[in-house]
Design a protein around this ligand. Structure first.
Ligand SMILES: Nc1ncnc2c1ncn2[C@@H]1O[C@H](COP(=O)(O)OP(=O)(O)O)[C@@H](O)[C@H]1O
Ligand SMILES: [Mg+2]
Length: 423
């Protein structure tokens, strides 16, 4: 009934008559994708070598991220787990449906799930025929996405309307969970700050919190980025028809790349996902106003963040973490002490130290060989002199000479002993 680039979806019946959708991966698709990725790596390395002005975008890293996402999409068992996680997130929400996975009929390349009835959410005529309230549907969809981003921290990263069904009852059915993003608690908190600053038209706040999400290194031009961000935000805050927060966010991430500032890949996915979410809203309901929808949600999420219940829960978990740590501390200390006693604790050296040690070792070895050779030659020379009947050298008897040589070597040896081996 549907064909994507990676798979085909078929309608089927289980033996007990249950109607299911079976998503089957195309044969050989993994091989083809791996070959394509291989080519992309090759091209990106060429680009890095021959087009230095592209280096700021780090082409190879982009290919690596692309490869990670795409290869993950090929694992339908993982997609099934994502579906289950979304089901758990939305189990209280009567307006959002997620197909159930039939694990006994699912493998890495075949995903069997409940069949959804409805029309694709990009089929405007179909929805019209079903008499669906599109404004309400837009709001259900966008709310569900804000919830994924800001509360659950686990989100569908490809929310275009073709992946969703509108059901005859006017609710929304989500499909296609191959690509997902994660936002941990800290990222969500910072995002909330960023979005709240956007809602309040607080340019400095936006910039400050946005930079907290960034990965900054010696190639990043933070000053340039701040200036660019202020230009983008002026356009958003002070125009009669301001573009949405989703657009601001997406443009800010892109502008970061131009200034050598990267963002974690999940954040880039988030940028893409909110932009697509806005697109879904606009398609369903052309007067849809992302900013207006965003405002109450951000306020609500902010209040939820500071709710005494949540704070108490976080104190509780933190407290338990600390108590667990304390409880285990004596055992761990004892283990470390035993290891120390047995001399099992290794010491980390850096390459510079090792190099120094090696040089000292080589020097000592050279000295030892030189000393041996010198001694041997001295003994042999004195022996030869004796055999040839010479009793004097430089007017000194050979025994005196030998004693003098011994004295010199002894003094030299003592001075070597006293020299500190290493700095
Ligand atoms: N559980 C389902 N019930 C009914 N139709 C489905 C179901 N899952 C997917 N589909 C249909 O198959 C299409 C392709 O599935 P999807 O998971 O989006 O595959 P792809 O990853 O190739 O885009 C969807 O757009 C939808 O129309
Ligand atoms: Mg799809």
């Amino acid at each position: 009934m549907a064909a994507g680039s990676l798979s085909q979806v078929h309608r089927a019946l289980l033996i007990d008559g249950t109607e299911v959708a079976v998503k089957v991966q195309r044969p050989e698709i993994e091989k083809i994708i791996r070959q394509d990725i291989h080519l992309l790596y090759y091209l990106s390395r060429l680009a890095e070598r021959f087009i230095p002005e592209w280096n700021i975008y780090r082409p190879t890293r982009i290919v690596k991220e692309f490869a990670d996402w795409t290869l993950r999409e090929l694992d339908f068992e993982a997609e099934g787990h994502h579906a289950e996680r979304f089901r758990a997130i939305f189990k209280e929400n009567p307006n959002i449906h997620i197909p159930r996975v039939y694990w006994e009929w699912t493998t890495k390349r075949v995903l069997t799930m409940t069949f959804s009835h409805g029309v694709k959410a990009d089929d405007l005529a179909g929805m019209e025929a079903l008499g669906i309230d599109r404004k309400r549907l837009a709001s259900i969809g966008v709310d569900a996405f804000f919830e994924q981003f800001l509360t659950a921290g686990f989100f569908h990263a490809d929310p275009h309307p073709g992946n969703f069904f509108a059901t005859p009852e006017g609710s929304l059915c989500l499909h296609d969970f191959g690509m997902v993003g994660y936002l941990d608690e800290e990222a969500r908190r910072i995002l909330l700050h960023v979005l709240l600053a956007f809602v309040k038209k607080d340019m400095e706040g936006f910039t400050k919190h946005f930079l907290r999400l960034a990965l900054i290194d010696e190639r990043s031009d933070v000053g340039g980025f701040k200036k660019d961000l202020s230009n983008i935000l002026s356009e958003f805050f002070y125009s009669p028809h301001p573009p949405s927060a989703a657009r601001a966010f997406f443009r800010a991430i892109n502008q970061g790349a131009r200034n050598g500032i990267r963002f974690p890949s999940d954040l880039a996915l988030f940028g893409k996902a909110i932009l697509t979410t806005e697109g879904m809203g606009l398609l369903l309901y052309p007067e849809f106003d992302f900013n207006r929808e965003l405002e109450p949600f951000v306020q609500k999420a902010w209040q939820a963040y500071w709710s005494p219940r949540r704070l108490l829960r976080s104190v509780e978990t933190d407290l338990f973490d600390r108590l667990e740590l304390l409880k285990g501390l004596p055992d761990r200390v004892e283990k470390v002490l035993i290891k120390l006693e047995r001399g099992e604790i290794g010491v980390k050296l850096d390459a510079g130290d090792l190099h120094g040690i090696k040089q000292e070792f080589d020097r000592q070895n050279d000295l030892r060989i030189l000393g041996l050779v010198l001694t041997a030659i001295s003994v042999v020379t004195l022996g030869l002199f004796y055999l040839e009947g010479k009793r004097l050298l430089f007017g000194l008897s050979l025994s005196h000479l030998s004693a003098a040589l011994w004295g010199v070597l002894f003094v030299w040896f003592l001075s070597r002993l006293r020299q500190a081996p290493l700095p």
